[in-house]
Design a binder for this molecule. Structure first.
Ligand code: DC
Length: 252
């Protein structure tokens, strides 16, 4: 039987949303590692679904075909911020989900409501931590596009990261170089691809990329990664202390 995880300050639930190139993944991982929380990369789940579809001959331009296949792959995400893991049907997907082919198709796959419904359910189950052993860390940093608005609307803290299009393209291009060992695209091409993906992610009908009304917006354009991490760590510590205070009051 699943163990109920007690709500302690270590059970703080943090949603970090924003477009790519804002430092979202690096910040989320570092904050989770620093505060001893679990970590979930929801973009990796949509990428794993996309990779599985491409590998299994699904036409990613056909929403009907995507919807019919969405329930087939078993996607498993690890939650260790030091070693984030993702698999589809038992196959390690961590490298192939970063390919250009997956990046080009992921917006179309993630716009399909059946895909979103399944992955959202998976995300809520992981965040709730109901399958965790007693005493395990329940708190989690969940990063994505719709975490504060749709997946975890009751999160203890919601952060929305932004940055200028130029800064985002420069960072993304740096990341591509770091993974591929070569410049895969020039800055202008990267910026255009990012803008197109943002447009698709922000304008889709189901659960678009959007800042939650109660999210704290952090513009990272002029900040170093370390400064962004510091800022979010401070916000999480405050949210955890507030939660502990509320719980203490309720217990009295
Ligand atoms: O963060 P990322 O670039 O790895 O995300 C890949 C894609 O997944 C992104 O273009 C949109 C989609 N996504 C989403 O629709 N909802 C989320 N919560 C996370 C990602």
């Amino acid at each position: 039987m699943p163990t109920t995880v007690s709500a302690t300050p270590a059970a703080v639930i943090v949603a970090i949303d924003g477009p790519s190139g804002t430092g979202k993944s690096s910040t989320s991982k570092a904050v989770a590692a620093r505060l001893g929380l679990r970590y979930l990369d929801t973009g990796a789940q949509y990428r794993a679904m996309t990779w599985w579809m491409l590998s299994n001959g699904i036409d990613v331009n056909d929403p009907g075909e995507i919807a019919a296949a969405a329930g087939k792959p078993v996607i498993v995400s690890g939650t260790d911020p030091q070693a984030p893991a993702i698999s589809a049907d038992g196959a390690d997907a961590s490298a192939p989900i970063r390919s250009e082919e997956v990046t080009a198709a992921v917006s179309a796959v993630s716009a399909v409501p059946e895909v979103r419904a399944l992955i959202t359910e998976l995300q809520r189950t992981i965040a709730a931590g109901t399958d965790l052993a007693e005493g395990a860390v329940a708190g989690i940093v969940v990063e994505g596009r719709d975490i504060g608005t749709t997946v975890l609307p009751d999160a203890d803290l919601k952060v929305f990261l932004t940055a200028s299009p130029e800064a985002r393209a420069a960072r993304r291009s740096g990341e591509l170089k770091a993974t591929d060992g070569k410049a895969t695209a020039d800055l202008a091409t990267t910026q255009q691809a990012l803008t197109e993906r943002d447009k698709a992610d922000s304008s889709r009908k189901t659960s678009p990329l959007k800042k939650a009304d109660d999210a704290v917006e952090v513009d990272t354009t002029e900040l170093t990664l370390e400064q962004v991490i510091e800022c979010v760590v401070t916000l999480v510590e405050k949210a955890a202390a507030d939660k502990a205070g509320r719980m203490e009051k309720a217990a009295r």
